[in-house]
Design a protein around this ligand. Sequence first.
Ligand SMILES: Cc1ncc(C[n+]2csc(CCOP(=O)(O)OP(=O)(O)O)c2C)c(N)n1
Length: 808
Amino acid sequence: MATTELDVTAPADELVERLAHPADDEVAALDAWWRANNYLTVGQIYLMANPLLRDPLASEHVKPRLLGHWGTSPGLSFVYGHVSRLIRQTGQEVLYLTGPGHGGPAMVAAGYLEGTYTEIYPDITQDTEGIRRLFRQFSAPGGIPSHVSVTTPGSIHEGGELGYVLVHAFGAVMDNPDLIALAVVGDGEAETGPLEGSWKGVSFLNPQRDGAVLPVLHLNGAKIAGPTVLGRKDPAEVRSILEGHGYEVLEVGGEDLPGMHHRFAEALAQAWAGIRRIQAAARGGDWDGTRPRWPMIVLRTPKGWTGPDVVDGVQVRGTWRAHQVPLSGVKDDADHLRLLEEWLRSYRPEELFDDEGSPTDKVRQANPDGPLRMSATPHANGGLLTRDLDLPDFRGYAVDVPRPAVLRAESTRKLGEMMRDVYRANPDRFRLFCPDETNSNRLGAVFEASDRGFAERVTPEDVAISRDGRVMEVLSEHNCHGWLEGYTLTGRHGWFATYEAFAMVSASQTIQHSKWLQEADNLAWRADVPSLNVLLTSTAWRNDHNGFSHQGPGLIQNVITTRGNIGRVYLPPDANCLLSVADHCFRSRSYVNLVVIDKQPQLQWLTMDEAVEHCARGAGVWSWAGTDDGTADPDIVLACAGDVVTMETVAAADILREHLPHFRTRVVNVVDLMTLPRRKDHPHGMDETLFNELFTDHVDVVFAFHGYPGAIHQLVHGRPDADRFRVRGFIEEGTTTTPFDMVVRNRASRYHLVMDALNNAGRTPPGASDLKAWCEQRLADHEAYVVEHLEDMPEIRDWVLGDWATQS
Ligand SMILES: Cc1ncc(C[n+]2csc(CCOP(=O)(O)OP(=O)(O)O)c2C)c(N)n1
């Protein structure tokens, strides 16, 4: 368990010696555990009956569909067994992260041998019947998935989508000083962009207050169907790549036994001692601040180690052919069946499981105790360790709004001030992760409380950068997102703030994390973890310095499409709403909260009290903005979600009020996008009565939306007469231009909304044609004006709402 007092003593030489040179009986126990794991791994892939081969193996004992991955598994369990020995001897807390998560059966087997699996899933007993069930459930309908999935005890990392093992490991150890995250990196995985970028994690670790990551690069040489780059490189080149990233490289290779046990034990002992010495020096005050050279291990083993060597005259072991199921024809091919039986018996199961089918003492003695078992570590069930944030009252950062739409403010600056104070109050459990844009995103107030953390050289020109900083800036959305995932899954809190368009770089991580939380929600033993909070700012509509490449609101689409109740999308229109939403996100658990708001000066609409009420409802009528007095149906509903389009909507209502005072408009603002779907489709969905109170069940709705219009159509699907929603939004018309030109180009300007309102209203009021012509003229004026003056027309640029608008 995490201790509050840091141990600053370096490991004794005798202990390291003992670790490095295991006695024969220790090797025998380790090898027995490993054989048991390999046996259970192969059994999970192949067998549904006769689990301990108490009868001769027959075709009917074999599953009809053989699904799983053998090739990586023996390497994973080999490392696991050795780390368990280290834990037993040192009491070290270790979180094991499996990069090649397709080696799921090996990790399930580890949890089973450690007893954790039975503790969590009591029907998977420690006997022959339990093993039969363990085998049968794997990769089977109604059972468990093939990867190191959410159901696997000890895991925070599925490893299905390859590339994120190191980012998760680094996130897990930040502010987690007693923990070592051991991360097995597949050599195929090492070819991915995210993984390649993630070696840099060491440039951000602080040995005084962070734990350590111990990467084990598993060079088994092959991927699904071919060789790996690092597997075929000259070992000297591999070494220099890794040394260039700042690691001390320890290499172990071969397949000879027990030689491999001895060599790996020695490397692991050296790595662990190296980590502890770095930490002891830094924590004991003997550190000059230079970035430590953290150890890592390069492990070379044959893919499919200990499995079938040659099948049908073709080499399998040590090649890509061992990746999934090396003997694919066992059901019908007697020779394959014989090879499978030989393979299983080669592990000598009779020595590993007793008459009842329980793991023998010889196997069990290799397990660490209690929560030190890696399958039982609370760090992998971070909700157990989560402490609530000490939060300031968000109302204290309120913008004073005398009346709607007269004052402009940079809303995210207020959030930055709140985050600053969250940093101050929670120096051990809150971090902001941002790709080099904290200041740009107007969150720079956090630097009053914390520098950016950086372990490389710091020069006098650097501002707010130091060893001790805890604001995490690295120009990699993958790193930021992944670090935050690792940080929250181990129980701490944070935000990822990024330019909206580049959230798509890590969109796949957002999706994968949502899937993880979704599955965790089904498991009572997984405690809720802090939510993954994503702030999208520098949005499509106001990316003034940049252009089309920086304009893309696509992540909203991804989050609303995630199944179930994990995704939340908030579009606060102003600072007070942002603060209210943020407070909710800081407190929430096990969600993906997407918050979208621009950083530029923007009109402020609501007082703090109004904002709190509005955000609590998620959507509401802004009666002061429209002309609908509630006595009859409105002629049109003008709805909006998103800051810039809210301004356009209220401005459109203002034009209609001025030109056609008897035309009844109702303005509805939506902050919580997930209030739009039906309750049965999302837990935030408004009930139908409330929905109809806002939108009626028949009046046409002109909806101005921050993102792609299709999102709104998707969300209101199934609502009364959903076809009446006419949506304006971002339609991929972008460039470097003025703010108003952006809404004009995307046909979401106030003039377009006025024309939409008139074209779609149930009645055509007198004067409608003139007003539409006037709007067309205004659009023409705009086009001429921006080309000539390079800025928006003053009446647009400085538009505020007349003083008739009250807050009542
Ligand atoms: C991002 C991503 N791309 C592709 C795949 C499909 N895939 C699954 S396993 C695998 C090969 C993995 O090789 P490696 O990382 O070396 O693992 P090992 O050899 O230990 O199985 C691939 C390409 C994936 N899971 N994730």
